[in-house]
Ligand binder design. Sequence first.
Ligand code: OAD
Length: 252
Amino acid sequence: MSASQLQRAADVLRRSKHLVVLTGAGMSKESGIPTFRDAFEGMWARFDPEEVATPQAFQRNPRMVWEWYEARRLQIIQAQPHAGHYALAALEAHLPQVVIVTQNIDGLHKRAGSTDVIELHGNIMQHKCFADCQGDPTLLNIAELPQDEIPPRCPHCGAYARPNVVWFNEFLPVGALERARELCLRADVILIVGTSGVVQPAASLPYLAKQYGGAFLIDINPEHNEITPMCDLFLQGTAGGILPRLAELISS
Ligand code: OAD
């Protein structure tokens, strides 16, 4: 990435009135949380998503899936936002509208201070009833549930509790996806950070923004990915390396 590319991105962002930042697992990598599709250390190189990240897997083996997510939850509790998360939060002081649309379930954007965050794939810190018996989502406070069984049971209907994340073969939270789509249609700039752009419907948001809304697309990623070819600017590098420099240029 050249200095002039970075300056161009800063100039475009400084003029933005409606900015959407779309983030994926690469955004959290420098916080020590593995991505999914890295060839060796990615989550899906070590685990089969069909065995841990589908409602069918949970029905087959609720305890194993519950414990897999509890282990991830404990890892994420230990993780801290990095300079890139803070840089995105700092943009709110300089631009009229900054909305983060994230596929990440770790809550690090909010912990860094971003105030408008759409969590497309849920949040691993929350739990809900597997049957969503009181409406979707039926959130449960697991600290208040009897712990004599793993997973614990929903106090309303007796179904198992589960993490409030989106699994494969499930719909995204309707309100979150609707709002993300509307914002992308209105956005003048989409900043895409750390996603491989292969998982739908999140991956279609930049296309929607560009094809139907005419947005300018900026991609930050160490690697070319599915979205890179349609982007107006590709800043090759990491979230923690590039975002703080970008925020500094925007604020100066
Ligand atoms: P992936 O693991 O598919 O892609 C991570 C992307 O981050 C890759 O393009 C990497 O090149 C890039 N990357 C790696 N390190 C980076 C860094 N330090 N800074 C910036 N980028 C970096 O993750 P996602 O695209 O988020 O869904 O995956 C989308 C969804 O697939 C996830 O939300 C999850 C997964 O299966 C579900 O579990 C439903």
